[in-house]
Design a protein around this ligand. Structure first.
Ligand SMILES: C[S@@+](CC[C@H](N)C(=O)[O-])C[C@H]1O[C@@H](n2cnc3c(N)ncnc32)[C@H](O)[C@@H]1O
Length: 215
């Protein structure tokens, strides 16, 4: 079999992006608007957004939690995958990001189903644990502070319904480097891999996605 080369890897990623890009002009322009407003370009790519939408839609889609809203790009994909009366709670500690995302959720037509919770993910999760019914969350996307991923996992686990899907970004690397260089989320990856209540795997899309289904 022909070997993978850096050039082939780039070509394949371009090919995927050509075939599976943004579905509409609003999403296609969102991160450019965010950059113009001074937000960092650290959203998921369109193909990862699609995967989030597909996975959210493969659950009953009643309630979803996202940790790390940024400009609302991934949140729009998730919200569109939910049931018609489904709800997304997305958590963001930076008020500028939260304000920007709220405006984008409105333009995307999903403001009625998305609530932006402002604050640190660990603090907001502690509130949600006392607010939400156990086993009521169908979909979770973790994309906030990487060293805190194990804490996020421990907090959301009892909230997740049987059959619920958890996705985490940057599990194989960040903008600072790759997992073989000490970046990524190795303690979290090992925690989920060893948890018998989840069937999990990873995909080397972008900087690595972990996907886990609660049994
Ligand atoms: C990688 S970005 C999220 C990208 C977004 N999920 C997307 O793909 O469109 C991470 C976001 O998490 C926020 N964040 C970082 N640490 C956080 C924390 N401890 N609690 C809440 N938000 C946090 C940052 O301000 C940033 O907006």
């Amino acid at each position: 079999m022909a070997s993978m080369t850096p050039e082939r890897w780039d070509w394949i990623n371009d090919y995927i992006h050509q075939l599976f890009g943004d579905p509409d002009d609003h999403l296609a322009g969102l991160m450019a608007r965010a950059e113009a407003a001074g937000l960092p370009q650290i959203a998921v790519s369109p193909d990862v957004g699609r995967l989030l939408g597909i996975l959210a839609a493969s659950t009953p889609g009643r309630l979803a939690i996202e940790l790390g809203t940024l400009a609302g790009y991934s949140g729009i994909w998730i919200a569109r995958g939910l049931a018609p009366d489904g709800r997304l709670i997305t958590v963001e500690m930076d008020p500028k990001h939260a304000d920007f995302a709220e405006a984008e959720f409105a333009t995307a037509g999903v403001a009625d189903r998305v609530e932006v919770r402002r604050g640190r993910a660990r603090d907001v999760l502690a509130q949600l644990v006392s607010e939400l019914e156990p086993e009521s969350v169908d979909f979770v996307f973790i994309d906030a502070h990487k060293p805190e991923y194990p804490d996020y996992f421990r907090a959301v686990k009892p909230l997740m319904a049987s059959g619920g899907i958890l996705v985490a970004d940057n599990v194989l690397g960040t903008s600072s480097g790759w997992i073989d260089e000490g970046h990524g989320t190795d303690p979290f990856n090992r925690l989920v891999a060893a948890d018998p209540d989840f069937l999990a795997t990873m995909m080397p899309m972008r900087q690595g996605l972990l996907i886990a289904r609660k049994r």
